[in-house]
Design a protein around this ligand. Structure first.
Ligand code: TRP
Ligand code: ZN
Ligand code: CA
Length: 450
């Protein structure tokens, strides 16, 4: 049988209001300012209870790239840390966000004798204890305009933030967007941000999504293999448009998500490839040119507006919006939510172990340090029983040993297990073995409370 969730019903009133707002946003997305045709309905309450994201207009994303190119051209050809083109880029992004109703903060730092800047934009509302972040580095290397690296990610994050404003989204999580300085000098800005975030605020960040190089001219479709919930939302989106993805391997830790990951914040992200060469197998599934780099202009002067694959930029912008809507509008599961299996499982006498399974889904990150395991086993001599909890990866947690002297009936109790090293989502099992002859029983029900 399907394990039942014993939680309170969702708030119908709030959800209905949010759907109505997104319906209005769907009309706005079709207005003359956004020329791209939506490739799917703009407003719907999708089956998992989250809200459907709008299509992000490619033309809007490309307009930001045109601006970054103009800024570089007017400032010595780059947008690098410590150069005038960096601050001009930041001012451009900040003005758009301020006009859209974000609360923006410019964070200054000093690196190699120059002032650097991060830009943080908070969308008012949402649960302050559940902060969903998306970010991109805004600096280029000094040798070029940095339009793919990383005007592309900067523009996709900006346009997604502006879409949140157009939708007047009322997310369940608090949304925060960020543009980092001095990434090219060693993730300097993002590390500064994380290091200066008070530990209480750090603990509130439930996820960070990074976009760095998402419009490579000979693109691959790479998803970071980090937090499973973030990874899944991207993989599902790509599966939905029938485009295969691969796990990002061209340098884990080579972008700003590493600053977050290093302090234990769940991370994910998208990438279309840098200097590595596209294989023939990759060209067969994605198109493009095998034997050539994903981005032959990586860190060079030809990383201009012509160094962009529009399809890749469009897909990754839409994928980010999908992730923000999906993860940001999900109803948070209340603390103490339970998952229960009430199907009886017979425990054969003095024989092999039996198991009862529970599938947990929709949670983020790991199980709690105090996972409660409620067990209801009917048995005529409980000393016969050895009971374990099996995590989704098969790790066994001993709940109870056998004992020839324990002649009492039944095991009806709640155990507490430190399951903090286990991913919450997946199939958990209660394993019960009867190791002595004569008395028998059955698993009546069991439940996990997160
Ligand atoms: N900005 C990164 C860099 O210059 C680009 C990059 C290389 C990257 N490999 C990556 C980004 C892997 C994300 C993931 O190093
Ligand atoms: Zn780079
Ligand atoms: Ca027995």
């Amino acid at each position: 049988m399907t394990p039942s969730r014993s939680s309170l019903p969702r708030s119908i009133a709030r959800r209905t209001a949010a759907v109505a707002l997104v319906a209005v946003a769907g009309l706005l997305a079709a207005s003359p300012t956004s020329s791209a045709m939506p490739d799917r309905p703009a407003a719907a309450d999708v089956s998992d209870g989250t809200l459907a994201a709008p299509d992000i207009p490619l033309s809007n994303v490309k307009a930001h790239l045109t601006q970054f190119q103009s800024i570089a051209t007017a400032n010595g050809g780059n947008r690098a840390h410590g150069r005038t083109g960096y601050k001009a880029s930041l001012d451009y992004v900040k003005a758009k966000l301020d006009a859209a109703g974000f609360t923006t903060t410019v964070q200054q730092f000093t690196y190699s004798g120059s002032t650097g800047y991060n830009l943080i934009a908070d969308w008012p509302g949402g649960d302050p204890n559940q902060v969903l972040m998306a970010g991109a580095h805004l600096d280029s290397v000094s040798s070029g305009a940095g339009i793919n690296d990383n005007g592309s990610g900067s523009a996709a994050v900006l346009e997604t933030a502006l879409a949140v404003s157009r939708a007047q989204l009322q997310p369940t999580k608090h949304l925060r967007f960020a543009w980092w300085g001095a990434e090219e000098l060693g993730l300097v800005g993002s590390r500064y941000y994380v290091n200066n975030l008070p530990s209480t605020d750090r603990a509130r960040v439930s996820g960070y999504i990074n976009l760095d190089m998402v419009g490579s001219p000979n693109p691959g479709y790479f998803v970071y293999d980090d937090d499973p919930a973030i990874e899944k939302v991207f993989k599902d989106w790509y599966a939905g448009i029938g485009v295969p993805t691969e796990i990002e391997t061209e340098g884990d830790g080579r972008s700003d998500h590493a600053s977050f990951k290093n302090v234990g914040i769940p991370v994910g992200g998208l990438f279309t490839g840098a200097s590595r060469t596209k294989t023939s197998a990759q060209a067969a599934k994605w198109g493009g040119t095998s034997g050539h780099a994903f981005d032959r202009c990586y860190h060079s002067s030809c990383d201009t507006t012509t160094n962009i694959n529009d399809t890749a930029l469009d897909r990754n912008s839409d994928a980010l919006a999908h992730a923000i809507w999906t993860l940001g509008t999900a109803e948070p599961l209340p603390p103490g939510e339970s998952y229960e299996n009430t199907t009886d499982v017979a425990i054969p006498d003095n024989a092999a172990a039996v198991t009862s399974a529970l599938t947990v889904s929709g949670r983020t990150g790991n199980a709690p340090a105090a996972l409660r395991v409620g067990v209801d086993i009917k048995h005529t001599w409980r000393g016969d029983l050895v009971v374990d909890l099996l995590a989704p990866d098969g790790t066994a947690y001993r709940l109870k040993n056998s004992s020839s002297s324990d002649s009492a009936d039944n095991v009806i109790t709640t155990y507490t297990v430190d399951a903090s090293s286990e991913t919450a989502n997946g199939t958990w099992r209660l394993r019960v073995q009867d190791v002595a002859a004569q008395d028998t029983g059955y698993i009546d029900s069991w439940k996990l409370t997160f």
